[in-house]
Design a protein. Structure first.
Lengths: 263, 359, 359, 263
């Protein structure tokens, strides 16, 4: 995760947001940017960091991508039936090998798949090469099909390249504008220091990076609504199991069904 | 802090609906009442805000809700002087839509009456609370571009006249009926009057004022309108940097009476883009992008679905802070005066075919 | 070099119209005649190509124009075997549309008859003459990406069935009526049959063959069709690299009988995009972009206006060179065989819900 | 101009193109990539290189941008009335100061303005800062208005950033896709060597850069049609005069009319 701020800063930002909107959490809490022994109270951190750990009661696994505005809008496009009868989801996420593992990308995209589709994955077929590229087909309980293209082969330090497209009987929705391949930015600068890009989407948390903003907002949501924190824990268990299932599917060259206890 | 007790006037401005959610959700505000310009507007308001009392007479509203502390003036431009006076006389703080008046004598009267009453009068220019603009401001302040050589900016939208008819009536939008220029059948009061933001940004971002402006109109896209819908503005700032501004209604619209999904014909109904060239490099910015996209309901047309429009959070934060803590808002009447002067200079330039100096 | 005397058969294939300009303009060709599949098609042909004689009987065309040297087979897939035989018997070189046949016995007959006659039979896969594909090929050959780990590719279009009905008829498109799988009301013969290109590119760009393929269908966008329109293909190449291919009709269309402006509903009616991950980095490509854009006539919809479609220059250059200089085209029947095998494997995988091996 | 090939290569490419399509020029010719004393016969080169020179009879000033496919398509969108009743053109071109001067950019964009609009410029108002940025309004004989935004402030070695948009009563046409700011490419690569972009649009001249292709094709057109070469010479004189007029307009802070002899 791109972090330009210390953990302390983010905790203070979250604290002031809770104060501004009058939210009083029922327990002590701490926002973490990496896996560490939780202290007193709740430890809030991205579920991607908890994939290889037993989920202790104090951990709240966050799915910060759900707080990205583009995904909020895509979900709303589906829910308001702006596009109707989604048939297929086409998800893609490419990173470098330092910022993600294939398992972590599977975790994120499986979650986005289920959340955007409003359904649960029932089975997967995966082709994975050297733990560096994965191609996955997932079928959802509501009949939709989802293709997931993942890779960690970008050079170190690259920004994430992703795409999320929903194809429906009426209309297509996507976070990439037509006839483009690359994510676009709000600001481009060209100076003697080279080219830089900026995309600021949140004036209230201005100064934080995009990823920092989503983790703060995701943590806020779980503190404001403990029932939601509980749902995150349940979804986390499913996502970890499905990521493992995808790897097993590649090993066995088989379509594998998500078992009941996973849903 | 105690929530600010607030009301809205007229409800005929294009930004009216943007306030509804803010007024309901923002814990810093307590929305007491609204006053509609007509029975038709009142009925529509009641249908979407059933819990907020709506009146047709401003005095009646105040009589029923004597604890109102501030009002949002959301009316046609030619109502602003009268409503400002009305508020000042009753000690109400004002959050006003973007054009106080194009008549500079009236404008100075408004400054004078607000100053003497010691009230807050904030002009709503929401770009000041846009996160992309924050970043641009910071990059310039940090010296990333060096001295600014040139700024090019668009503030282009579809035309709101079909939903807000006063924006197409010279007397209500510009304040009087003045021909654009000899031999042109059109009058002042169109797209230019709708788009002060880039004039404001040119001043705010460069930190200097306008030196001169030259403007020209193009053939209207909407031949039915008696006001201009396409124009371009050229000129220089006091620091010698040049600019080109596009404040047109250059995106076509469905002629909806009540704006909603499917309003746009071109996929992006509103754009504020900037290119700033400096001695050390170039910056390009889209203050409302990137976004998500669909071609679904209602028209199966490819559409830019904006992903963030949070300006009203910061705007209300500032307004409440100014009222409660007796501060002057950044965009007060005095700051905003040169923006209005510059817009008037554009109209003068169009009619004279010569640049117009700003003092 | 003497221009090649050429004719067209059937005129029912979606690419038919792309040849008209080429056949008229290309100095390497002399277009002698055409033979239409029906009176209706003949009439339309005459209206746009009044100078080219058009027949309804293939033998009659040859009798009238005994100097025809080569033909373009532009017909439904289930006509290809018969027409190939017809041409071979008459010593005519063949440029054939993209699916010779899905029946592998028939396919091997075609190889055999063409080989024995010593004729050129080139399969039209125009991506081989696309300049972006040339660049991709060169970058891979130059080792920019190292060994390939993964390839993701789309070959997505609108559905041409309303203009070319045979593409929705299992017997004419796939060659026989075979259910997609138990309990599914659809049959083989839809979008997959229209999109061999990415299967071909996977082989050509990686320089290896398919190991296994797994495919699945999604709910149809067009519920009226009895063939599949949405599917995805997963699997691995012999070198261990994995792939995900999308050969869907995932872009909606106006149901025009004769394709033309306004055909597309989604702005981009056709896309061949690739992402190739290698040990040394990643390549992303759009073989038909960037372009120019408008929202004008006929539907005021935002539309991608393609800026280059020159594939037919290189395609004809190769075909004429092969005929005149007795060469084998790159995409001959033998090369193309595994592409067809892989597409059949997709259908088999859909019906078995298991990956299918390629030998 | 980005040149990856020697002049000799381009001359050979042009020769083979003439041969392939059976064009036999009536005079000797030579394609030049920089201003030099012309030898025998015609010297074909970009008009931008001839702005400070008397136009000797042997020079053929090329407007190679007219051979860019995107501009051909934009012109066709206007001519076929796919968009109807153009009101305003919005042109922008930003380069570094090594590859262009403001005068050269004025030359190019004035030509594109007139060519796309199908009309002639009748007057201009320009604001120019330090010869590094220029903002121009131009009015056309057919009533259209054109805004031109120019700059040479990009860092050395930058690729050109431009945009050409036509706004009409019916429809907008542009070479930039909606909601983007930057020119897009056909191919992006991300490797240890950094990011690279490629846009190949011409298989017949594959291997040449985009600018090389347009200069070869522009030269071909003038050799295939001597009447067209003569028109290029006339247009060149107008463009040089109008670029000077723009600079004069900035100096005088006046709207200036294009004089009769210039049109």
């Amino acid at each position: 995760m791109e972090t330009t701020h210390a953990r302390q800063d983010l905790n203070e930002m979250l604290e002031s947001l809770l104060h501004k909107y009058g939210v009083t959490p029922s327990q002590k809490w701490q926002l973490l940017l990496e896996l560490r022994k939780a202290g007193d109270g709740l430890a809030l951190l991205s579920g991607q960091l908890l994939m290889d750990t037993d989920l202790a009661d104090s951990y709240v696994p966050l799915m910060p991508w759900r707080n990205e505005r583009r995904f909020t809008e895509l979900k709303q496009i589906v829910e308001t039936q702006t596009i109707e009868h989604v048939s297929t989801l086409r998800l893609c996420c490419l990173t470098d090998s330092q910022s993600s593992t294939i398992e972590q990308l599977l975790y994120r995209e499986f979650d986005l798949c289920e959340w955007l589709a409003g359904s649960t994955i029932t089975g997967v077929f995966a082709s994975i090469t050297e733990g560096r590229a994965a191609n996955v087909l997932a079928r959802l309980a509501n009949g939709m099909l989802c293709g997931i293209e993942l890779g960690v082969a970008l050079p170190a330090g690259s920004t994430v390249i992703d795409r999320h497209e929903l194809i429906a009987r009426r209309g297509v929705a996507s976070d990439r504008v037509v006839d483009t391949q690359m994510p676009q930015s709000s600001i481009y600068t060209f100076t003697a220091n080279g080219q830089a890009e900026y995309t600021d989407t949140d004036a209230e948390l201005f100064g934080l990076s995009g990823e920092e903003i989503t983790i703060v907002r995701a943590a806020y949501d779980t503190l404001a609504d403990p029932a939601w924190a509980e749902q995150c824990r349940k979804q986390h268990s499913r996502l970890v199991a499905m990521a493992k299932l995808a790897i097993e599917s590649d090993n066995k060259q088989q379509w594998l069904t998500v078992k009941e206890e996973q849903s | 802090m105690k929530p600010l007790k607030i009301a809205m006037l007229s409800l005929t401005h294009g930004h009216t609906r943007k306030y509804f959610q803010t007024l309901k959700d923002n814990p810093k505000l307590q929305w007491l009442a609204a006053c509609a310009d007509s029975e038709e507007i009142k009925q529509h308001f009641n249908s979407v805000n059933p819990d907020v009392p709506c009146y047709l007479d401003e005095q009646e509203m105040l009589d029923r809700h004597p604890d109102i502390e501030a009002v949002i003036i959301a009316s046609a431009n030619n109502e602003h002087l009268r409503q400002t006076q009305f508020c000042v006389e009753r000690g109400l703080h004002i959050l006003s839509m973007k054009i106080p008046t194009f008549d500079m004598d009236e404008y100075d009267q408004m400054i004078d009456m607000v100053d003497r009453a010691g009230l807050v009068c904030q002009i709503e220019l929401e770009m000041h609370y846009n996160p992309v603009v924050h970043r641009i401001k910071k990059l310039i302040a940090d010296g990333e571009l060096g001295c600014i050589l040139s700024m090019q900016a668009t503030n282009i939208t579809l035309s709101p006249v079909w939903a807000f008819p006063w924006q197409g009536v010279p007397e209500q939008s510009y304040g009087s009926r003045i021909p654009l220029r000899e031999g042109d059948g059109r009058f002042r009061g169109g797209a230019l009057c709708d788009h002060p933001h880039i004039f404001d940004l040119a001043r705010w971002l460069t930190g200097t004022g306008f030196d001169y402006l030259y403007a020209d109109v193009a053939p209207n896209l909407r031949t039915e309108l008696e006001v201009e819908d396409m124009l371009l503005v050229n000129g220089k700032m006091k620091d010698g940097s040049s600019f080109l501004l596009d404040p047109s209604w250059s995106r076509l619209e469905e002629r909806l009476k009540i704006p909603g999904p499917g309003w746009e014909v071109f996929p992006k109904r509103m754009e504020v883009n900037l290119i700033i060239s400096g001695e050390k490099g170039v910056l390009m910015a889209d203050c409302f992008g990137p976004n998500v996209y669909h071609n679904g309901a209602p028209n199966d047309r490819y559409t830019v679905q904006y992903t963030y429009f949070d300006e009203w959070i910061g705007l209300i934060d500032e307004f409440v802070d100014c009222v409660r803590n007796n501060k002057q808002p950044k965009i007060n009447l005095k700051w905003h005066r040169q923006t209005i002067e510059a817009m008037n200079a554009c109209y003068d330039s169009i009619s004279s075919n010569a640049p117009v100096k700003i003092n």
